[in-house]
Write a protein that binds this ligand. Structure first.
Ligand SMILES: [Zn+2]
Length: 222
């Protein structure tokens, strides 16, 4: 008897609520929930989005210096222990760039937005890049990856990019460990000398197509 009453009451309630509130499937979309299912919208939501890794050509190329290439690989993954990343798990740490002491240290700042870094990068790359010169990390990586340059020029550009990144990261670490900042004029000379040594070694070894790359390098020096 009681159960029958309950049934009746439930029926009455159901009528009151009406059909509008019947259960229905809802599919999640980027813009909210919808009744229609969309394969592409759902795919976008469930897939893990990875950064495109098409920059390997600007890291691993013939005649690259392995220790430079390794650091470049870490830099492209944004895995160098720059202060912006350290601050994520070590709050209160000083995140100021030690090269210019004037900005937050992160990868794109160090390479080569920083006023100190920019001077080095300009001295190395302006002659090769000409009007397409840029100090923006993503732009440099995309130019170095595309490699739409004559072979020797492409090598000089990629190698200068590696050498600049490596020497700035080393300089940054030296200063972090209490050493005095190397005057940028001296760093320019040291890095340029390193590149010349590499290019003359390629000539000595008779690497195909690279014999006169050192002349090309000289011709880009202002
Ligand atoms: Zn700086």
């Amino acid at each position: 008897m009681i159960l029958n009453n309950i049934e009746e009451d439930l029926d009455k309630l159901r009528d009151k609520i009406g059909e509008a509130l019947e259960d229905a499937c809802q599919w999640r979309r980027a813009a909210g929930f919808k009744q229609e299912f969309s394969t592409s919208e759902t795919w976008k939501l469930i897939r893990a989005v990875h950064e495109k890794r098409d920059w390997s050509k600007c890291i691993w190329f013939s005649q690259a210096t392995p220790k430079y290439a390794f650091m470049m690989w870490l830099a492209c993954l944004n895995r160098l222990s720059t202060m912006d990343r350290i601050a994520r798990w070590n709050r209160g740490v000083d995140t100021t760039c030690v090269l210019c002491k004037n900005a937050l240290e992160n990868r794109d700042h160090l390479f080569f937005e920083c006023s100190y870094s920019l001077q080095l990068w300009e001295s190395l790359a302006k002659g090769i890049m000409g009007s397409s010169f840029t100090n923006s990390w993503p732009e440099i990586v995309s130019i170095a990856t595309a490699g739409a340059m004559e072979r020797r020029k492409r090598f000089c550009f990629r190698y200068a990019f590696h050498a600049a990144m490596y020497s700035l990261w080393r300089e940054r670490n030296r200063v972090k460990h209490g050493e005095r900042l190397t005057p940028v004029t001296l760093l320019k000379k040291l890095v340029d000398k390193g590149i010349r040594n590499k290019l003359s070694l390629l000539r000595q070894k008779g690497v195909k197509g690279m014999q006169d790359s050192i002349q090309l390098w000289f011709s880009t020096r202002g």
